[in-house]
Ligand binder design. Structure first.
Ligand SMILES: NC(=O)c1ccc[n+]([C@@H]2O[C@H](COP(=O)([O-])OP(=O)(O)OC[C@H]3O[C@@H](n4cnc5c(N)ncnc54)[C@H](OP(=O)(O)O)[C@@H]3O)[C@@H](O)[C@H]2O)c1
Length: 256
């Protein structure tokens, strides 16, 4: 029975970067609304913790370790999910890495790691999912986690900002190509959320002062990204395609 406009009971949802932070949050929110959820990332122990928590909430979940920079691990994961749940019809393409560095100090290895994870990984996961949905004539939704760094720039974020801007363009390009198969592709552009990626900033004495200078004057609460995510992911957003929603309390309007 559909219990809300964000009902997920007919979704087989694969979440990348689900071992912590936003991905773990998205996975929980999908599961409590009835989706069959596949949590993926590299750290198996953390993934299993997330899966256990979802099970304790009464959700249906399987954890499958993948590295989004490795095509074979992505393919194997989709094969395994298909045997268990059928075709994945909802992808939360969320895995990402960041390394603040001055542009002149970014070496090739660092550049490749950021771009391979944040951009190539998103492309490879989306492509694998779409190929299968298209061949089985299954409609679906793909939600990419971009960033306000894809819309604006800040110091020491050249590779990260480039990767996220590219994710926004990729989102639109894929939405354009796959709309004929009823596969919607959209993106979230989060501002500041406290996760493993960002928590170290809060240990810096100057950081509280900096936070007072940004438009929202605070980080977002996890609950504040739930509805934007569910809108793009669920059938409630059935006429949303190729869009990128900033979820940043207005951060991107002002000083970054
Ligand atoms: N927090 C923010 O303020 C903020 C703002 C804008 C955008 N974002 C974006 O939000 C997304 C989630 O980040 P987060 O803030 O939740 O940080 P996080 O807690 O560090 O989560 C990052 C996730 O990505 C996974 N990951 C990294 N490299 C991977 C790889 N090669 N293969 C598979 N999984 C990989 C990590 O898992 P493993 O290490 O276990 O693989 C982890 O689950 C990222 O795309 C990030 O750029 C975050």
């Amino acid at each position: 029975m559909k219990n809300s406009e964000f009902d997920m009971s007919e979704k087989v949802a694969l979440v990348t970067g689900a071992s912590s932070g936003l991905g773990a949050h998205f996975a929980r929110e999908l599961a409590i609304r009835g989706a069959k959820v596949v949590v993926t990332a590299r750290r198996t122990e953390k993934l299993e913790n997330v899966a256990r928590e979802i099970l304790s909430l009464g959700g249906e979940v399987v954890s499958i370790p993948i590295d989004v920079t490795e095509r074979k691990s992505i393919k194997n994961c989709f094969d395994e999910v298909e045997k268990r749940y059928g075709v994945v019809n909802l992808v939360c393409n969320n895995a990402g890495v960041a390394k603040p560095e001055k542009a002149v100090d970014v070496d090739e290895a660092s550049w490749d790691k950021i771009l391979d994870t944040n951009l190539k990984g998103v492309w490879m996961v989306a492509k694998e999912a779409a190929k299968r949905m298209i061949s089985e004539e299954v409609s679906g939704s793909i939600v990419n986690t971009a960033s306000i760094m894809g819309l604006r720039v800040a110091l020491n974020r050249a590779s990260y900002a480039a990767s996220k801007a590219a994710v926004i363009q990729l989102t639109k390009a894929l939405a354009l190509e796959w709309s004929e198969y009823n596969i919607r592709v959209n993106a979230l552009c989060p501002g500041f959320f406290v996760t493993e990626m960002t928590e170290h900033y809060f240990l810096q004495p100057s950081f509280a002062k900096y936070m007072k200078t940004i438009v929202p004057k605070r980080a977002g609460d996890m609950d504040e990204i739930t509805a934007p995510f569910l809108l793009l992911a669920s059938d409630a957003g059935s006429y949303l395609n190729g869009i990128c929603i900033p979820v940043d309390g207005g951060h991107s309007l002002g000083k970054i």
